[in-house]
Design a binder for this molecule. Structure first.
Ligand SMILES: [Ca+2]
Length: 108
């Protein structure tokens, strides 16, 4: 019986290099203030947090990388003022974002 590996030779390296879209930014959203409750990792952006059960519940967040814009509604509608860079944000209302209101976000 012949065993044929899924990848072979240089194809393994090429396939590995080809996978994944560029990481522009990484943020973690939290259900409660001070990074408590459920959390959600977001990479580059999400046009609707409701698909992750995270619509209108965010109270704190951490930006690990990237520059982020936040929106009141899904599909990047009704932006909040400002752009948020790397750092820890323990309470959204200290940064002009209404509690339990965030619906979409993306890197700029
Ligand atoms: Ca909302």
């Amino acid at each position: 019986m012949n065993y044929v590996p899924f990848y072979s030779g240089n194809n393994q390296f090429d396939a590995f290099r080809a996978s994944g879209i560029p990481l522009i930014g990484h943020a973690i959203l939290f259900e409660h203030d001070n990074f408590k409750g459920a959390h959600l990792h977001v990479f580059n952006g999400v046009d609707s947090l409701s698909q992750y059960g995270f619509n209108d519940i965010v109270s704190s967040f951490v930006v690990l990388s990237g520059r982020w814009q936040f929106f009141r509604d899904d599909q990047f509608q009704f932006p909040y003022e400002g752009v948020f860079g790397p750092g820890v944000y323990s309470w959204v209302e200290n940064y002009g974002i209404k509690n339990d209101d965030l619906s979409s976000l993306r890197c700029v």
